[in-house]
Design a protein around this ligand. Structure first.
Ligand SMILES: [Zn+2]
Length: 106
């Protein structure tokens, strides 16, 4: 690396979070002599300078997917509680013998 100070418009390598690649970037913002912001020359996305560091890979896709599912679920009203299953009235077992007794009394 050269030790000359970066200047606006310099082209430097940095990790583009949108392209998810290490790509050429234009220096678009300096802070205290250091690169603060860069613009991706591929997608023109401006972001903080990341010192050309590629973030550690993780299963981001899976996380995002799960996140989306959670968000969708969180945004959905709770499904109405299922109506209680219709309870059949307990069928009275006809006591034929009781009927016979009643008839006898009459
Ligand atoms: Zn990009």
């Amino acid at each position: 690396m050269s030790d000359r100070l970066p200047r606006l418009g310099d082209v430097i390598d940095d990790y583009c979070p949108r392209c998810r690649l290490l790509l050429n970037h234009d220096v678009t913002s300096l802070f205290g002599g250091a690169v603060a912001k860069v613009t991706c020359r591929t997608c023109h996305n401006t972001h903080d300078y990341r010192n050309a560091e590629v973030p550690p890979k993780r299963s981001r896709k899976k996380d995002e997917k799960q996140n989306l599912i959670d968000q969708v679920l969180a945004g959905m009203p709770m499904p109405p509680a299922a109506p209680p299953a219709p309870v059949a009235p307990p069928r009275k077992k006809r006591d034929l013998w009781a009927d016979v007794e009643r008839l006898k009394k009459k």
